[in-house]
Write a protein that binds this ligand. Structure first.
Ligand code: SDX
Length: 429
């Protein structure tokens, strides 16, 4: 098959630069711009709006159609039929597991959930009211101190072990962040419980009595982890890839991903959604906040709306909204005032020309925060929960990138500073 190509001509020169075009399985073709540098040019794409930074077979998003596929399986189908750990296996290994493979994988994850005992003291270095994301950055980064000397990232078995350890330990560390926050003792994982059930017990149980997790809430938590598992080359995943491209320790790379996720424009949006709903406070104030969101001179944005890729409903938001209904019905809080404000905001945003023209639909963060608040998770823990779910995506991309063999990521720039100039001694300035 003849290779497709683009040709770049530069006016005022006889340059005609051939640029190969590559096609993926689905989605836009890409133009390989490697030939530009030797012709004296860089591409310029702040925010990487139009840049494919890598080749990947893990997740595909069609933003116009609101489609999200994990190894080819639609997210709503996985949310309905799969579990978080089964989807973790799919993301890491590329295929859905057999019953035997799933049992072995669940056993491997379960038996990696404990953390080194000395990490318990690690938390004492934080003030109890330090933001849990600060604690998570530190705690996950500290894992690199325990698993560094015997780690050969070029060895696939070592990479998979690191991946399993991270997926397994994130809920334990997340629960420890919460317990340290509220001044309660840490609970050890219970190997007889499922992944989400174990997490909720470590979060809300105490050594004083048996804690039974509500199965509806455990299922909702599992689905929240699943819906946050991976999302192509988002900001935090791109950070993990860039950090990993230098050969850095994978636990340190995941800590870098956690740091990036913390921002309110990214994973911090679920916490910002709740803060926004609480600030709005009453349905009578909604119109004023909608006006602020539309006012270009006002930095206020409707948190939980809009997306760089989705210009249609975020398919995760649809599933999250359904889960929200199930949780609120189970808890008998359908008339929660924040939920009423959220539903009214969504209805207005889907009808208001400003949001319709800019294709600003509810994203994954819009309903997730409301569900987590209903489950009893404090707002400042929301992004920590997002990080727990997303760790499998981050480490799957890291594993894929190292497997592919990649050069260190090193973007260039458009330099607009001074050209070379003479130094002026201080007495002459
Ligand atoms: C996540 O990348 C991923 O995949 C991320 C994620 C994942 O799973 O990893 O999906 C998770 O991060 C979801 C997004 C969570 N963030 C929020 O909900 C914060 C609120 N949303 C916005 O900050 C914004 O929509 C972004 C950051 C999500 C997207 O920003 P873009 O793509 O850079 O778009 P933009 O800021 O250029 O906005 C385009 C226009 C602008 O107006 P104009 O300058 O064209 O006139 O839309 C406006 C913006 O002002 N706009 C909004 C808005 N979001 C965009 N106006 C009001 N409220 C908003 N929420």
């Amino acid at each position: 098959m003849t290779e497709k190509k683009a040709q770049l001509t530069i006016e005022g020169t006889d340059l005609a630069i051939d640029l190969p075009i590559r096609s993926g399985t689905v989605g836009p073709d890409v133009i390989d711009v490697g030939a530009l540098t030797k012709n004296g040019f860089f591409t310029y794409d702040p925010g990487f709006v139009s840049t494919a930074a890598c080749e990947s077979s893990i997740t595909y998003i069609d933003g116009g159609k609101g489609v999200l596929l994990h190894r080819g399986f639609p997210i709503d189908v996985l949310a309905e039929n799969s579990s978080y750990l089964e989807s973790c296996y799919l993301l890491l290994h590329g295929e859905l597991p057999t019953a035997e493979q799933l049992e072995e994988f669940e056993g491997a994850i379960t038996h990696h959930t404990m953390v080194h005992e000395s990490i318990h003291q690690f938390f004492e270095g934080f003030h109890h009211n330090a933001h849990p994301m600060a604690k998570m950055c530190g705690a996950v980064g500290s894992l690199s101190a325990f698993y560094h000397d015997d780690l050969d990232i070029t060895n696939e078995k070592h990479r998979i072990t690191a991946a399993y350890r991270l997926v397994a330990k994130m809920p334990t560390l997340a629960a420890m962040c919460y317990k340290h926050h509220v001044g309660q003792p840490f609970l050890y994982p219970d190997n007889s419980l499922g992944y989400a059930e174990n997490f909720l017990r470590m979060m809300f149980g105490t050594p004083c009595e048996e804690y039974k997790v509500n199965p509806v809430l455990a299922k909702a938590m599992d689905r929240i982890f699943l819906l946050h598992a991976d999302h192509e080359q988002n900001a935090s995943t791109s950070t993990v890839r860039l950090a990993g491209s230098s050969g850095a320790n994978p636990y340190a790379c995941i800590a870098a991903g956690i740091a990036t996720l913390w921002g309110p424009a990214h994973g911090g949006a679920n916490e910002a959604v709740l803060q926004m709903l609480e600030e709005i406070g009453d349905e009578s104030n909604i119109d004023a906040y909608i006006a602020k969101a539309k006012d270009k001179n006002d930095p206020f944005r409707l948190m939980g709306f809009g997306h760089r890729v989705y210009k249609n409903f975020d398919p995760r938001a649809k599933v999250m909204k359904q889960t929200c209904g199930e949780v609120f019905a189970e808890l008998g809080v359908e008339n929660d005032p924040l939920l009423r404000i959220a539903k009214r905001l969504e209805q207005i945003a889907l009808e208001d020309p400003y949001f319709v023209e800019k294709k600003l639909y509810p994203n994954v963060d819009f309903y997730s925060g409301i569900i987590m608040k209903a489950i009893g998770i404090p707002t400042e823990m929301f992004t920590v929960i997002f990080a727990v779910g997303r760790t499998v995506g981050w480490i799957a991309h890291w594993h894929e990138m190292i497997s592919q063999g990649t050069r260190i990521g090193r973007p260039r720039q458009l330099y607009t500073g001074y050209d070379a100039r003479e130094y002026v001694p201080v007495e002459k300035r």
